[in-house]
Ligand binder design. Sequence first.
Ligand code: ADP
Ligand code: MG
Length: 319
Amino acid sequence: MTTPSTPEIVDLPSASTNRRLRAHPDDAGRIVCEGLVRIYKVADLEVVALQGLDLVVRSGEMIAIVGASGSGKSTLLNILGGLDVPSAGRAIVAGHDLGKLSRRERTAYRRRTVGMVWQQTARNLLPYLTAVENVELPMILDGQGERHARATRLLETVGLGDRAEHRPDRLSGGEQQRVAIAVALANEPDVLLADEPTGELDSVTAAEIFGLLRRVNHEIGTTIVIVTHDALVSDQVGRTVAIRDGRTSTETVRRTELADDGEHRVVHDEFAVLDKAGRLQLPRAHVEALGLADRVVLRLVDDHVEIWPDGGRPDGERR
Ligand code: ADP
Ligand code: MG
């Protein structure tokens, strides 16, 4: 698989590991969404951006969320980042119930528990601060010490040790996103959320950024959720969750398989997601191929379930 093309890689600060071990080992970095709903009211209109979304991300997992524009990806990430609150349902991140945080707890949550990276580089970095000053800023807001040394080290970690004194306008788009990742990691968050972090990058640079995120996930153990509309991302992460109309619809899990010729091959298994109430979203192609509409007939057959169009013959002979 691709390896990050950063030559000047140093070990990540061991403090991160220690801190992680000290945190509640089961909760740290775990994300649970149950029946998450977000309704936007615009004038007299209601837009249902999330309609009962269920999702569990294990602590230390790295997943991608894909879906068409308008499917609710950013809405979900804003809720997980503590920037927005659900209209109904629950979102729990690293043990914090995001619907129940006080204003003060919410601020602390945003400073320490999550780090965020946005698509627009301008939203990630302050233009008049150098790279190292940008990384120090979240530490200042959180009242942390030894900032300069730690910020410098983080920049080395993302492969930009020699760009510390550059302002964003002197950095390429990919370098700016690397700094943004360092900023997001400044306070050693349990969870890193990235909304289309490679949306403005060419494919080679995008692959490098994915490689860096994979390394952060692997070496620091940060839970990482990347939103993207690039379906090819499933090669980069262990699990890709597709959102359709404000709900998780399918999941693609990547695994390696030993083929007959002795070679290891990457295989993607695709699953439909069954929600807590037993609801299932059929792929659009299946629905169209059989002209399924309004009602279908379900039949339990030994070890599987058949779905028949209304007017089909489920009582006929078995296949
Ligand atoms: P995505 O990131 O997948 O493109 P979003 O989460 O941004 O989707 O949007 C989901 C839906 O919610 C869309 O229909 C969008 O128009 C609507 N929406 C998002 N943010 C707002 C808002 N602040 N006010 C009103 N509607 C919004
Ligand atoms: Mg979006």
